[in-house]
Structures are given as C-alpha cells and as structure tokens.
Ligand binder design. Sequence first.
Ligand code: G3P
Length: 218
Amino acid sequence: MKFFIDTANIEEIKEAEAMGILDGVTTNPSLMAKEGITGEENVNKHYQDICKIVDGHISAEVIATDLEGMLKEGKKLASLHPNIVVKVPATANGIKAIKKFSAEGIKTNCTLVFSTGQAILAAKAGATYVSPFIGRIDDMNYDGLEIIEQMVQVYANYNFDTEILGASIRNVKHIIECAEVGVDVVTSPLKPLKGLLNHPLTDIGLEKFLADHKKAQK
Ligand code: G3P
C-alpha cells in the first residue's frame, strides 16, 4: 500500500516526508490556489520544488477542458520532471487525452472519479492511476467505500494495470477502509495520515514504562 499526501503546502509535504513513509504527492487546482500559487511560471516552479522534496509520483492537474489544451498542458507538465503524473478529469476529452498520453509514455491520474463506469474507461484508456473521491461521495449520502470496493473487484476481474488511488480522504477511518478493500494508494491530507498513529493506550503505556524505568533507577 502506498501513501501519498494530498496537499500543495510545502511544510506539510516536508513533515510527511520526514515521517519516512511517503510515496508521492497529489495536488489539484484548489489546493494550489489555497497556497496562493498563481500564474503558470509559479505553478510549474512549485511542482518542481515538490519534486525536489519527495522522490515519488507527483500529480499535477491540467486546467484545460478541451482535448488540444489538455494535451498541450499535460506535455508541458510532464516535461517538468520525470516523476510528474498528469492529472486529467474523468470527462470524454479527459479519457481521450489519457489514451494519447499513455501511448506516449506519459503517466496519468484520472481524477474526479465518482463511479465504477468512469474507472473502467480510465483503465481502458491506460491511466496510471484512477482517483475515486471517497469523501465527496459520502457527502452526497452515497457510500464512497462501496463504490471503491466495486472498482477493486472489477479491476481484479480484468487484471487492469491502473492503480486505484483513494482520494478525498477526510479521516483515519477512510484510510483503514481503503486498506481493507485493497486500494493500491491512499492520498490523504496530513492530519489523517498522522492520525493513524494515535492511540491513548500507546501514550498511557509509554508513560507507565518510563515511570517504572525511572523508579527502578533509584
Ligand atoms: O485528491 C482529491 C482531493 O483533494 C479532494 O479532496 O476533501 O476536497 O474532497 P476533498
């Protein structure tokens, strides 16, 4: 199971990298905007800065929605660093772009995926990753996990190479549930990622071990 961090914040990326368990980074236009990164030059530099911190796949999303624009932007993004994965939305043009990128050896992440049908088309087009948005599905009163479970089963039926990347993670439970159904990657904000370690019995147990050790030294 791979862990990506879902942020464009450099400090958070550094903190997750320092944990020693990070395999990659995902960003999106909202996350870039949140960091105040605007303008093509600054955005591209930011991706390159992230690539210097983490030695793994870094998703960089196209803004264009037309095929020609997606191809142009995607090629430019892919040329920034060998670890860049071009993030493309699950639209008709997006699927065509993924097919073309895949034929040219450019890695892709099909994003904004909310159904198994979209995930099948992404895999058929040769996407490197497919990103179902578990939290946003839950927000609509559907069961995000159920859809991800179905995707895992369908991908296994056909031995699709595309990796399932659980996205829109909101809490520790989402991460564990993704692991339970066997997704390949989870991309999480820093808080749930760090939250995996939290357990009061660990804290209480450690406190007791240290107190006993101290007593025994007297
Ligand atoms: O990777 C996609 C993710 O950033 C979306 O998360 O919390 O905005 O639904 P969220």
